[in-house]
Ligand binder design. Structure first.
Ligand code: AMP
Ligand code: MG
Length: 405
C-alpha cells in the first residue's frame, strides 16, 4: 500500500491542463482563467465624488462652521453620468452626486449633511481638506495594472472585476468531460423498476455532482453489470471521455473484474490500494494520457476518494492554481480511537468557539453511511501512525464547506 501523498503525486504527474477557449463573461463562473488579465482602462475613469454633496475650493470654506457658514453660489448640478461643463471660480460650488465626475477647479467635496441649501446658493458648515471625498482617477485600478492571474478560479468578485474593465469575453481552460460508470449487479437506477434485492445507484449521482463542483462536465454512463462483457463494453465508451471514473468492482471480491477489464482494454494501471480509510482499494491508471480512476463502491469511500484524488486532478486539468482544499488545525472535542497503519478521513463538523476552531466527528463512520457526509463540513485527518487522539488535542481538518459558528 502506498501513502495518500504518493498516490496524489502519481496521479497529478499524469495530468496536463486542457486547451484554452473563450466564453462569455456571464458563462464563466467557476471556470479557470487561462491568461493573466490586465486592465485596459483607469477605474474610476476620472476624478469622481465619493459622496452626494457639493464640489468646492478648499480656500473658500477654510473659515466655515455651523455658527458661521460660508455662502457659495451653485453654478451647476452634476448627476452621475453627466460630464461637468463649468469650472469652479472663487465663491462657487457645484452640486454633485456620488460617482459623478468632478468639475475643474474643485479640490474637495462637502457632504450634503454638512450643508444647507438657500435658493441658488448653499451654506457650507465645515471646512474641507484637499482631496476630501474625492476618488482619484485610477485609484481602484490603473490602466495596464494586472488585475487577475492565470489559474485563478472565477468567482462573483472576479466576474464583477472583469465587467468593470469591459472584459465581456473571457479566456478559460476547457472543462474536461468526465465519464462516470457505476458497477454492480445489485444496483438499480432511480428511473428503473427495482426488486427487493436492489440498491439505488447513489454513487452515479454523487460523483456527477462532485464533478460539476470541480469544474468538469459529467457524462453519466449508468450501470454496468458485474460481467466482463458488460464492463468491457461500457468502459470502452467511457475511455472516449477526458476522464473516466468507475465506482465499485475494484476490491478483492469474486466479481470485482474492473481492474482486469481495464488492463485488457489497454489501460496502464499505475496504482492500486492506498493506506487510507475509507477508500483503501482505490485504483488509478491511464490510457493514451487519459486518467482512469477505479473508486471503491461504498458510497462514503467513493466520495472521499473523489475528494482526495479526483478533485485535485480535475482542477489541475482545468488549469487551476490552487487544487487542494484548505487545511486548518482544530481542537478535538472528543476522544477518537483508531488502528495504526492507515490515514483516516473522519467525517466531521468544524465550528468556531471563542475564536478557535473546534472539531467533532459526525458519528457513525461506516463507509456505507452517507449521513456521516451529509452532516459534515470537513474531513478530520488522523495520521497513519498512532491509535487516535484525546479530547483537547490538535488535529488537522480539511474544509469541505462553510464552517458553522
Ligand atoms: P464494491 O466496491 O463493488 O465491492 O461495492 C462495495 C459496496 O458499495 C457494496 O455494498 C455495493 O452495494 C455498494 N455500492 C457499489 N456501487 C454503488 C453505487 N453506485 N451506489 C451505491 N452503492 C454502491
Ligand atoms: Mg460491486
Amino acid at each position: 500500500m502506498i501513502s495518500v501523498e504518493k498516490a496524489q503525486k502519481i496521479i497529478l504527474d499524469e495530468i496536463s491542463s486542457t486547451s484554452p477557449e473563450k466564453v462569455f463573461l456571464s458563462q464563466s463562473l467557476n471556470r479557470t482563467l487561462a491568461e493573466d488579465i490586465r486592465s485596459p482602462l483607469d477605474h474610476p475613469p476620472w476624478d469622481t465624488s465619493a459622496m452626494d454633496g457639493y464640489a468646492i475650493r478648499v480656500s473658500d470654506t477654510a473659515s466655515a462652521s455651523k455658527e458661521h457658514p460660508v455662502l457659495l453660489n451653485i453654478i451647476e448640478e452634476i448627476p452621475a453620468g453627466k460630464m461637468p461643463l463649468k469650472t469652479l471660480g472663487p465663491g462657487e460650488a457645484s452640486k454633485i452626486m456620488t460617482g459623478a465626475p468632478l468639475p475643474k477647479g474643485a479640490e474637495a467635496v462637502v457632504k450634503v449633511e454638512e450643508t444647507e441649501r438657500d435658493g441658488e446658493a448653499v451654506r457650507i458648515h465645515t471646512p474641507s481638506e484637499h482631496g476630501e471625498f474625492i476618488r482619484l482617477q485610477g485609484e481602484a485600478i490603473r490602466s495596464g495594472d494586472p488585475v487577475l492571474k492565470k489559474g485563478a478560479g472565477i468567482r462573483a468578485a472576479e466576474i464583477a472585476m472583469m465587467a468593470s474593465i469591459g472584459k465581456s469575453v473571457v479566456p478559460v481552460f476547457q472543462q474536461p468531460k468526465v465519464a462516470i460508470l457505476s458497477t454492480g449487479d445489485e444496483l438499480a437506477d432511480l428511473d428503473e423498476p427495482r426488486g427487493m434485492n436492489k440498491i439505488l445507484n447513489s454513487n452515479g449521482y454523487g460523483l456527477a455532482a462532485q464533478v460539476t463542483e470541480a469544474c468538469g462536465i459529467p457524462v453519466t454512463l449508468g450501470i454496468a453489470r458485474d460481467s466482463k462483457e458488460d464492463l468491457k463494453e461500457k468502459i470502452a465508451i467511457g475511455l472516449q471521455s477526458d476522464f473516466l471514473l468507475i465506482s465499485g468492482g475494484v476490491s478483492m471480491g469474486d466479481y470485482d473484474f474492473v481492474l482486469e477489464v481495464l488492463e485488457s482494454l489497454g489501460v496502464t494501471m499505475r496504482l492500486w490500494k492506498v493506506a487510507m480509510k475509507p477508500g483503501k482499494p482505490v485504483a488509478f491508471g491511464t490510457k493514451a494520457g487519459r486518467p482512469v480512476f477505479g473508486l471503491p463502491g461504498n458510497p462514503v469511500s467513493s466520495m472521499v476518494t473523489f475528494e482526495e484524488f479526483v478533485r485535485p486532478a480535475l482542477l489541475k486539468a482545468t488549469g487551476r492554481e490552487k487544487i487542494f482544499r484548505p487545511l486548518l488545525t482544530a481542537t478535538l472535542s472528543e476522544k477518537i480511537r483508531k488502528r495504526p497503519g492507515r490515514r483516516q478521513f473522519l467525517r466531521a463538523v468544524v465550528s468556531v468557539k471563542n475564536g478557535e476552531y473546534q472539531v467533532r466527528s459526525t458519528g457513525d463512520q461506516g463507509s456505507a453511511i452517507l449521513m456521516s457526509l451529509v452532516k459534515a463540513n470537513a474531513l478530520m485527518i488522523l495520521p497513519e501512525e498512532g491509535e487516535g487522539l484525546n479530547a483537547g488535542e490538535k488535529v488537522q481538518v480539511q474544509i469541505l464547506s462553510e464552517i458553522v459558528s
